[in-house]
Design a protein around this ligand. Structure first.
Ligand SMILES: Nc1ncnc2c1ncn2[C@@H]1O[C@H](COP(=O)(O)OP(=O)(O)OP(=O)(O)O)[C@@H](O)[C@H]1O
Length: 356
């Protein structure tokens, strides 16, 4: 989930560790139930009838005490103050609602009518439900989310080791000059699977708030470098006759594939910019060399760009003599040797690791 996603912001604002969540948990434990509107706006004002203007700090204890009263509580947009308590909310009764109880129906209608975040805590069912516009979300028990997040981390671990093997194999094939489109598609498919499960875990982390620290650390360790490596694979194989950025392919176009579509190599080859032709998967394709060259220490990106612009593909760079490398802008004798030695080492390492 992206941090600019409105759902991300809402879940973050009610995650464990926030004052509002501590208060909601208090009310949940006290089994009094509550109806809380976050932030007052022009659309809300006409719907509020009666109640008290309180304007006290939003603390878990204050929320707990005020939730004992009937009616709704209105807190400030910044979640720092409790503005009103014991108010009656009168949303349009014509607004459709799928809820059964009056409290929840009111919450849903107020959220739809005012577009504000409305929180309903059920007295009988022990759940906290969030509403905003047409969006509805029942917060899950932290233990349940932690269990799911741990399971997702284990799956990610497996996917990641398959991806790592795929990348090593791809490197070896690149130096042997026998990469086929199917092999590239298989690696990109694994990349996308890793990124999808990463996104799922990030959603759990948002919802877990301070309880998600360990999961967050595990995630970071597992996916460190995956995005850069993925970007470089796509940069290496994207059809350059088309004006498109590798980042766009990675961040948007692959995301649009359904889980089933992702399993078809032709769809990935197509996204890379190659029109479908008979047996395209079996055809040989040559990498430009961004991924391999980025692994060579102390070579600036501008030099990598110059090299690839001049030579077109990795094979040509590997086969270039020191004198030929020397001709490129930004490369002198020392750097030419660094590049040649570096590529040789990467090649040997890929050949060696392929069999581990
Ligand atoms: N329009 C409203 N404005 C303010 N508060 C309301 C409104 N409707 C219901 N409530 C609050 O909700 C409380 C419970 O209502 P009700 O039991 O019908 O709702 P419910 O959806 O079944 O909730 P629960 O699952 O907690 O029982 C009321 O006592 C009142 O405090």
């Amino acid at each position: 989930m992206r941090s600019d996603d409105p759902v991300y912001k809402i879940l973050k604002s009610v995650a464990p560790g926030t004052g509002l969540r501590d208060g909601l948990d208090n009310v949940l434990r006290a089994k009094t139930g509550a109806l809380i509107v976050v932030g007052s706006n022009e659309a809300l004002e006409p719907l509020v009838d009666g109640g008290f203007y309180i304007n006290c700090d939003l603390t878990p204890a204050n929320l707990y005490e005020l939730a004992k009263m009937d009616g709704a509580i209105i807190v400030s947009e910044d979640r720092k103050k409790i503005l009103y308590a014991n108010t009656l909310l009168l949303p349009e009764s014509s607004i459709p609602s799928t809820e059964t109880g009056i409290r929840h129906r009111t919450a849903e209608r107020v959220a739809k009518q005012t577009k504000q975040l409305v929180v309903s805590i059920s007295q009988r069912r022990n759940v906290i439900t969030l509403y905003k516009g047409n969006w509805r979300y029942a917060l899950k028990d932290i233990g349940v989310i932690l269990g799911k997040a741990n399971q997702a981390i284990q799956t990610l671990d497996k996917y990641k080791s398959v991806l790592d093997k795929g990348l090593i194999n791809l490197s070896a094939l690149e130096f042997e000059e026998i990469v086929t489109f199917n092999e590239v598609a298989a690696v990109i498919q694994r990349i996308e699977m890793v990124l999808r499960i990463k996104e799922e875990i990030e959603k759990y982390i948002v919802e877990l708030g301070t309880e998600g620290r360990l999961i967050s650390m595990q995630l970071e360790e597992l996916v460190a470098g995956v995005e850069l490596e993925s970007y470089l694979v796509i940069k290496d194989y994207c059809n350059d006759s088309e004006e498109r950025s590798a980042l766009d392919v990675l961040k948007n176009e692959l995301k649009n594939l359904s889980a089933d579509e992702l399993l078809e190599p032709e769809n990935i080859i197509n996204i890379l910019g190659y029109p479908p032709t008979v047996n395209i998967g079996e055809k040989i394709v040559y990498p430009r060399g961004f991924r391999a060259l980025t692994k060579v220490p102390r070579i600036p990106i501008s030099v990598i760009d110059n090299l690839i612009e001049y030579y077109g593909k990795l094979t040509n760079i590997v086969n270039a003599s020191m004198e030929e490398l020397d001709l490129i802008d930004g490369i002198g004798e020392v750097r030419a040797k660094l590049i040649a030695d570096g590529l040789r080492r990467i090649r040997e390492q890929a050949f060696f690791e392929r069999h581990i």
